[in-house]
Design a protein around this ligand. Structure first.
Ligand code: AVI
Length: 303
């Protein structure tokens, strides 16, 4: 609740993107990943499919795969299926529900892999489990360009935690969305069917249902524009009229046209990401992209 009050009290109102993901929000996000305009998911998957052999040989046998977030995605499955004699798969998530669901599902589908879920906020270093087979190296996995949803400062902090968790001889395998034609980016966040708009507005339903807020969804509209100065998509909900919202025993005034920022999605050049990785103690070893250079999958070694 304190994050909601804090976000709504700011001069430029904002809420953390984690509030997108109640059950309906997670389903809407899955639907976004299937949209023709949302190139990120399918491009990342096709890069992984094309280069899986090289990825497998870089990672080597008997690694521990530490996913930041609880993945049950096709990309995670591809790694579990192909990596040689994995010592363990370690999904790390702050949501017990997501973690247990994903871990159970994957453990059932990959009985040969030891699944060790870790319930933790991955913005802080956490303790790794001890699987029965000693891992030869730790591979931190962070797909989906979720790194883009963090500010550069937060991304730096997160990469430093990944550096700690990767340990000596460890590596980071990460999906990073790239800078490109603004039209392509903006279409990905303003799909024709309005699924992204629904996903964005769903944050308000989530706050109503779980935190007793009284947002009227009809009085807000979806907006997603690319801010070229900061190289990021700014997704917000625009108040259609002057209104007062109540939550947590407090009232918040919205002017007509006022924005409530719900998410930033940063897009990087390869040089920018490499610089950021280096500041956190990684060197980019291999970068795979698609023919149109829309997206990248990067393998970074711990320096
Ligand atoms: C999860 N994350 C990488 C998505 C993105 O593209 O920034 C979330 C999203 N927001 C709108 N569409 C998808």
């Amino acid at each position: 609740m304190s994050e909601i009050i804090e976000g709504l009290s700011k001069q430029h109102k904002s809420l953390p993107p984690k509030f997108f993901y109640d059950e309906r929000g997670s389903r809407l996000f899955d639907a976004i990943c299937e949209l023709p305009e949302y190139y990120l998911t399918r491009t990342e998957l096709s890069i992984m499919q094309t280069h899986i052999d090289e990825i497998v040989s870089l990672v080597g046998p008997q690694a521990s795969l530490i996913e930041f977030g609880s993945g049950s995605s096709l990309k995670t499955r591809m790694l579990l299926q192909n990596l040689e004699r994995l010592a363990a798969y370690v999904p790390v998530d702050i949501s017990r529900e997501h973690l247990v669901a994903a871990a159970d599902w994957l453990a059932a589908d990959y009985p040969a892999v030891e699944v060790w879920p870790v319930l933790a906020d991955f913005m802080q270093p956490f303790e790794l489990p001890n699987p029965s087979v000693m891992p030869l190296r730790n591979i931190v996995y962070f797909p989906g360009s979720t790194i883009g949803n963090f500010s550069p400062d937060e991304a730096h902090k997160l990469l430093k935690v990944m550096h700690v968790e990767a340990g000596e001889d460890g590596a980071l395998l990460i999906g990073v969305d790239l800078q490109k034609d603004i039209g392509v980016i903006e279409r990905a966040y303003n799909d024709e069917d309005g699924v992204t708009a629904e996903f964005n507005l769903n944050m308000l339903s989530h706050l109503n249902n779980e935190f007793g807020a009284n947002f009227n969804l009809d009085l807000f509209r979806h907006s997603a524009v690319y801010d070229a100065e900061h190289c990021r998509v700014k997704m917000s909900l625009i108040s259609k009229c002057e209104q007062i919202i109540r939550v947590g025993g407090q009232s918040f005034h919205f002017a007509e046209g006022e924005a409530l920022i719900t998410e930033h999605s940063h897009k990087y050049t390869l040089e920018q990401f490499s610089g950021m990785a280096q500041k956190a103690g990684f060197v980019v070893d291999t970068v795979w992209t698609d023919p149109e250079q829309l997206f990248s999958v990067q393998y970074c070694l711990r320096m």
